[in-house]
Design a binder for this molecule. Structure first.
Ligand SMILES: Cc1cc2nc3c(=O)[nH]c(=O)nc-3n(C[C@H](O)[C@H](O)[C@H](O)COP(=O)(O)OP(=O)(O)OC[C@H]3O[C@@H](n4cnc5c(N)ncnc54)[C@H](O)[C@@H]3O)c2cc1C
Length: 489
């Protein structure tokens, strides 16, 4: 039987392995950490389940690939999805705005706030839909569609070289409106000046259309469930198995101080191309820019925040010191303590992250880089993290009076922490930087350097839960259904 070895148990690796195991392949997944999931994990502290890499997942019930995967693997029955009450709430120098989900609802709320921009707002949502529909169509092309392919992709061709800033300059006058529409830009890139407008369309429209979801009990529940599908179908999932070398037909890993080599007819890598080719000892110079990393401050509250402050928003972007979209550029240059962040208040959705229902968990997250922490001694690193936590708490206090008094546990994971756990270049969780030039070069599922090597995860389509999971399906299709993969890495 064909043996398939998967290097790395992030969402991409787990999805591909589960689908292939279900179809009867002999699958072995090797994960260097002691749990599977990569970013899609949780850890426990003082009675709190701390979520590592999920605030809101898009496309849970609307993305055709995600629906196909979740139905096939029975995910909807085994993993409880909780809908966020709105897309986000953003606070700027000019005040707060709640962005509902639902395309019509969001459009209406924006027109109410910015009546002079009505024409641009309607056009904006029209373009989001047009571009997203085109990408969806490309994902399910029939042979006869290739005859009219150039017509199908006109909207992609039109915007392929444009950044969000380029397109917004022609759509809107109001700088606050532009800021609001980019509130969540820090996940993908630092500023709208470099972000591909096409990526913006696909990602934002998916959240507007289908809403954002959290996984009850934490994202580790999904990862653990996928691992169960693999083992129940006869596959193996080996944790604490650090892959150290590969050849075209074998994978070597370190397990409990032992070096073990196993046969592999096919290898699927959940790692970046550069890290993967290093395992094969193949010279490879990455030419693409890598996306930024993220910093998270995990906070356990002695009370349920929703009970104390009343119903609020789930994803709260605080950009207190900026008032226009230009502010993202100045924020990038600010001291990390001054930058804006998102506060995810998990108490708003009964997230199942605390043992005691009268307590709650929250996470503050912002863009980060390894450079930010470079050259610091252990003591300096700790002191810088503590100073950052103090400034975060002070800002939270200004929005939730005396919330500092409710903090029972606080801890910060920086870009360095992300790197130590998932080992990605630049400590990124979002693969390649989605600039106009780079975004269209994805997905890249099949290696052109090693015949039986495939890629999954944040490096294939884009970073994020749904693209990483979808990459597992692209790989599965390429391997199992022998579907021609047009894209190479
Ligand atoms: C703070 C934070 C917040 C986020 N919020 C969201 C969100 O709200 N919505 C959203 O959609 N996405 C979010 N993301 C992004 C999302 O979590 C990631 O894009 C996604 O989980 C990446 O999946 P992946 O398949 O690329 O695997 P990865 O998570 O990159 O995992 C790769 C795996 O490979 C393993 N590995 C590495 N080297 C080896 C080796 N040599 N041998 C064996 N195993 C190895 C690692 O240990 C890891 O488990 C967030 C990420 C972070 C960090």
């Amino acid at each position: 039987m064909k043996t398939i070895v998967i290097i790395g148990g992030g969402l991409g690796g787990l999805t591909a392995a589960a689908l292939l195991a279900q179809d009867g392949y002999a699958v072995t997944l090797l994960e260097q950490h002691n749990i599977v999931g990569g970013c899609a994990t949780t850890f426990k502290r003082k009675g709190f389940t701390c979520e590592v890499g999920l605030h809101e997942m898009d496309g849970v019930y609307t993305n055709p690939k995600i629906k196909k995967i979740f139905n096939r693997l029975d995910v909807y029955k085994h993993v409880e999805m909780l809908k966020a009450p709105e897309f986000f709430r953003v606070t700027t120098k000019n005040g707060a705005f709640v962005m509902p989900d639902g395309v019509e609802e969001a459009q209406k709320a924006l027109i109410e706030k910015f009546p002079k921009e009505e024409v641009g707002i309607i056009k904006y949502f029209h373009i989001l839909k047009q571009v997203s529909d085109t990408f969806e169509k490309i994902g399910a092309l029939k042979w006869y569609d290739y005859l009219i392919f150039p017509f199908i992709i006109t909207s992609i061709i039109r915007y392929r070289e444009q950044t969000v800033t380029d397109v917004f300059a022609n759509l809107f006058e109001d700088e606050e409106l532009k800021l609001i529409l980019n509130a969540n830009v820090q996940y993908y890139d630092d500023t709208p000046d470099t972000l591909s407008f096409l990526l913006h369309c696909v990602a934002q429209y998916s959240y507007y259309k289908g809403g954002g979801y959290f996984i009850k009990g934490g994202s580790g529940r999904l990862s653990d469930y996928l691992a169960t599908v693999i083992t129940k179908n006869g596959g193996s999932v080996i944790t604490k198995a650090n892959v150290t070398a590969c050849t075209a037909n074998s994978v070597t890993y370190q397990y409990k101080k032992e070096s073990i080599s196993i046969k592999a007819d096919t290898i699927i890598s959940n790692l970046s191309p550069s890290d993967t080719y290093a395992l094969f000892d193949i010279p490879y110079q990455e030419t693409k820019e890598i996306a930024n990393s993220l910093l998270t401050t995990y906070i356990g509250f002695s009370k349920n925040i929703k009970e104390v402050y009343g119903k609020g928003a789930y994803s709260n972007f605080y950009y207190d010191d900026i008032e226009s979209v230009e502010g993202f550029n100045s924020m990038k240059k600010m001291d990390i303590k001054e930058r804006g962040f998102v506060f995810v208040d998990y108490s708003q959705i009964d997230a199942g992250l605390t043992q005691d229902p009268h307590k709650s968990f929250g996470a503050v997250c912002m863009s980060d880089s390894l450079d930010e922490w470079k050259g610091l001694s252990a003591e300096e690193y700790r002191a810088k993290k503590l100073a950052l936590e103090a400034s975060i708490v002070k800002k939270l206090d200004s929005h939730y009076p005396n919330i500092s008094k409710l903090i029972e546990y606080i801890e910060t994971g920086t870009a360095k922490t992300v790197q130590s756990y998932i080992k990605t270049p630049n400590a990124t969780a979002y693969g390649f930087k989605p600039t106009p030039k780079q975004f269209l070069k994805m997905p890249q599922a099949k290696s052109k350097r090693v015949d039986n090597l495939y890629f999954v995860g944040q490096w294939v389509i884009a970073g994020g839960f749904s693209p990483s999971i979808a990459s597992g399906y692209i790989c599965y299709e390429a391997l199992n259904l022998k579907k021609i993969t047009l894209w190479y890495n």
